[in-house]
Design a protein around this ligand. Structure first.
Ligand code: FAD
Ligand code: PHB
Length: 389
């Protein structure tokens, strides 16, 4: 088989890249290790920047996000027992859309099927080869039979544990990492959200987030220990802990119910540089991870593939390598700003082993400054709604 761009990974990065390239007339094949149902079953991000929604629109996959997504103009910060709203739209003129990653993935999968593009699911042993030459290829095994795809370029969209970044020789790559000493325990429940907007809570018992997927489906998170296991968190215990970390009004309004999903995610910041190795590019979680506190992971995957698709369009349409030569630097400039924002939100809102006394007071002073200074809340808003591409 031969294609112009072989994409490894059918998560949001790979699927969106596939549709953008298709829109530019660049044929591509996606290789995915899992089944479509497995990919659709992973409950992850829930908040889309305007730029991400615009990219879905660009590939004709935005209709459901507009119909079913919830447009939010503000966000709430709770600390010291009180809640404070930040009006993001007043500060930036922009909004964010609450629409689950599972739905984004489904919309992109459907668009791919409608366009008749090839996705090979349950591809085992996917391996990129010869990307430091002009003739890269990707090998894989399907139903016990080995295959090879010859291509012009490889796009590594295979997430943090993928094969693409792991195939680069260590001397060619620099990595930067911070591992946080806690995780997030998240549950999804068929209950109305506690408030119309998201509430980020700083509490002495640890961080809590009230989020949602729709007006009848809630998503809540509490900071937990890295040693915790979901089996130690029956629903009752989760709701009790959540209530202890929320403000009075939220506790009074909280509707609890059985969880329909429950999982623990560790928190990490990670960046690999560069994001291009000859004829292989990395995009999304394959290149970088942010803690979810800034809601940036999925949105960064979208901006990466926007830059990459533009670069490849330029290569094929204008016979210019300027775009692909500049991809890594351009993408990393935006990535690092989101890494900084996500790290900063995480530092301000969570309980660390040394968060008592001085450090706890500093967190509260920072939060108080944020909600009382127009400049500070504008800065948070500008980052939260997403920096320009
Ligand atoms: P992924 O979604 O990881 O997709 C990569 C794809 O590549 C997968 O389908 C995988 O099966 C496939 N793949 C991997 N290895 C191979 C291989 N060798 N061969 C073939 N295919 C392969 N972000 C937020 O903003 N908010 C959140 O609440 C949030 N929660 C998260 C919870 C968890 C547990 C995780 C892991 C991430 C979370 N994120 C969150 C981050 C967000 O989901 C990611 O940033 C986003 O999924 C990135 O998309 P991606 O396409 O780059 O990677
Ligand atoms: C979510 O709804 O899953 C979500 C929202 C905002 C975040 C993180 C997760 O910052």
């Amino acid at each position: 088989m031969r294609t112009k761009v072989a994409i490894i990974g059918a998560g949001p990065a790979g699927l969106l890249l596939g549709q953008l390239l298709h829109a530019y007339g660049i044929d591509n094949v996606i290789l995915e290790r899992q089944t479509p149902d497995y990919v659709l079953g992973r409950i992850r991000a829930g908040l889309l920047e305007e730029g991400t929604v615009a990219l879905l629109d660009q590939v004709g996959a935005g209709a459901r996000a507009h119909r079913d997504g919830l447009v939010h103009h503000g966000v709430e910060l709770a600390f010291g027992g009180a809640r404070h709203r930040i009006d993001m739209t007043a500060a930036t003129g922009k909004t964010v859309t609450i629409y689950g990653q599972t739905e984004v993935t489904l919309d992109l999968m459907n668009a791919r099927t409608a366009a008749g593009l090839t996705t090979i699911y349950q591809a085992a042993g996917v391996t990129p080869h010869d990307f430091d030459t002009d003739h890269p290829r990707v090998s894989y095994v399907k139903d016990g039979v080995g295959h090879d795809i010859a291509c012009d370029f490889i796009a590594g969209c295979d997430g943090f544990h993928g094969v693409s970044r792991a195939s680069v020789k260590p001397s060619a790559i620099d990595t930067f990492e911070r591992i946080y000493p806690f995780g997030w325990l998240g549950i999804l429940s068929e209950t109305p959200p506690v408030s119309n907007e998201l509430i980020y809570n700083n509490h002495a018992r640890g961080f809590a987030l009230c989020s949602m997927r729709s007006m009848h489906r809630s998503r809540y998170y509490v900071q937990c220990s890295l040693d915790d296991h979901v089996d130690q968190w029956p629903d009752e215990k989760f709701w009790d802990e959540l209530k202890r970390r929320l403000d009075r009004e939220a506790v009074d309004n909280l509707v609890t119910g059985p969880s329909i999903e429950k999982s623990i995610a560790p928190l990490r910041s990670f960046v690999a540089e560069p994001m291009r190795f000859g004829r292989m590019f990395l995009a999304g979680d394959a290149a970088h991870i942010v803690p979810p506190t800034g809601a940036k992971g999925l949105n960064l995957a979208a901006s990466d593939v926007h830059y990459l698709s533009q670069a490849l369009r330029e290569y094929y349409d204008e016979k210019s390598s300027a775009g692909i030569d500049g991809y890594s630097e351009k993408a990393l400039a935006r990535v690092w700003k989101a890494v900084r924002f996500s790290w900063w939100m995480t530092a301000m809102l969570h309980r660390f082993p040394d968060t008592e006394g001085f450090n706890a007071r500093i967190q509260l002073a920072e939060l108080d400054y944020l909600v009382s200074s127009k400049a500070a809340s504008a800065s948070l808003s500008e980052n939260y709604v997403g920096l320009p591409y």
